[in-house]
Design a protein around this ligand. Structure first.
Ligand code: PEP
Ligand code: MN
Length: 338
């Protein structure tokens, strides 16, 4: 961290800053130039109270040297992390496709979806038992009954389960069923939830918030990592922009950006990003080309009857056709499809 002082600041003001830095437990290296003085702050800069020091009259600017997150950064761990979900590997050259309905609606619907996505080549089953809905009048999910259905689908197909957790009070309950706990976009900054999930030793799928920057996503990942859970998968699922022709705007550049900043695997959700079935295949293939480590795609046996997100869900046939295009794309970028 570097503190740049105001032009021509008197020595007294500079000394006040230096003394305060020392009082906060940091060391300094002062470099006096012709016009301005630069104070190098030595210590764990992520703990440095920048806001407090900006109030000093002699301070012009404070420039951090390090990223605000540590454990999530590629500077800390150079090699790409691989998350192993019951033998399905994600990251470090391994590509996984998660697919299934937005919500678990019934045993029949979930079993049918699970069998179809497995047949088409998906390696993980998605399905929400707890649904975070914008309107309180929308279908909220089958909750515990939905978890029971997911266990049945796992028994029938062997596919590991990714399912959403919406409250820190349900962590132990959901963790009994989920092979990957999904923290949804709306909860990316629910710090109590991140705390609770971070204490588990189970894979987590952390989705980027609708209005969150990449740095904020990585800071949320840092919550999980700093609590000791290192099995973190990130997900770009579209952000809110002024564009109205899609539900969200897929920030495709987030994929290479995150991959350069962080060692964590990154997957893409083209379903919630577009909100429209017709655009899902193009975005899915773009994600593979951009370097994603996987995809999460909504597939419903009868999208016209879906209780949630039918408009963006692929039919099993459409999904199967898409998988036929995904596989050669994955090979082309030198990754292995699970
Ligand atoms: C979901 O995947 O079911 C979901 C609700 O997605 P998001 O949190 O990205 O909106
Ligand atoms: Mn959905």
């Amino acid at each position: 961290m570097i503190i740049i002082t105001k032009l021509g600041s008197p020595k007294k003001k500079i000394n006040q800053i230096v003394d305060a830095v020392h009082e906060n437990g940091f060391r300094t290296h002062v470099s006096q130039g012709e016009e301005t003085t630069i104070i190098g702050v030595i210590g764990d800069e992520r703990k440095f109270p920048i806001e407090h020091f900006l109030l000093f009259p002699g301070v012009e600017r404070i420039v951090p040297v390090l990223k605000p997150y540590k454990l999530a950064s590629r500077d800390f761990k150079h090699a790409s992390s691989v998350v192993d979900v019951n033998g399905v590997r994600i990251g470090g050259g391994h590509f996984a496709v998660m697919a299934g309905p937005c919500a678990v609606e019934s045993l029949e619907q979930t079993l049918e979806a699970a069998k179809e996505v497995k047949k088409a080549g998906a390696s993980i089953l998605r399905g929400g038992a707890y649904k975070p809905r914008t309107s309180p009048y929308s279908f909220q999910g089958l909750e515990e009954k939905g978890l029971t259905i997911l266990r049945e689908a796992k028994k029938a197909t062997g596919l590991p389960i990714v399912t959403e957790i919406v409250s820190e009070h349900d962590v132990n309950l959901v963790a009994k069923t989920a092979d990957i706990l999904q923290v949804g976009a709306r909860n990316m900054q629910n710090f109590k939830l991140l705390d609770a999930v971070g204490k588990l030793r189970k894979p987590v799928l952390l989705k980027r918030g609708l209005m969150s920057t990449i740095e904020e996503l990585l800071l949320s990942a840092e919550y999980l990592l700093s609590r000791g859970n290192h099995q973190v998968i990130l997900c770009e699922r579209g952000i809110r922009t002024f564009e109205k022709s899609t539900r969200n705007t897929l920030d495709i550049s987030a994929v290479p950006v995150i991959k350069s900043q962080s060692h964590l695997p990154v997957i893409v959700d083209p379903s919630h990003a577009s909100g429209i079935r017709e655009y899902v295949p193009a975005l899915a293939l773009a994600a593979v080309a951009a370097g994603a480590d996987g995809l999460i795609i909504e597939v419903h046996p009868h999208p016209d009857k879906a209780l949630c997100d039918g408009q963006e869900s692929l039919t099993p046939k459409e999904f199967s056709e898409l998988m036929k295009k995904i596989e050669p794309m994955v090979n082309l970028v030198d990754k292995k499809l699970n």
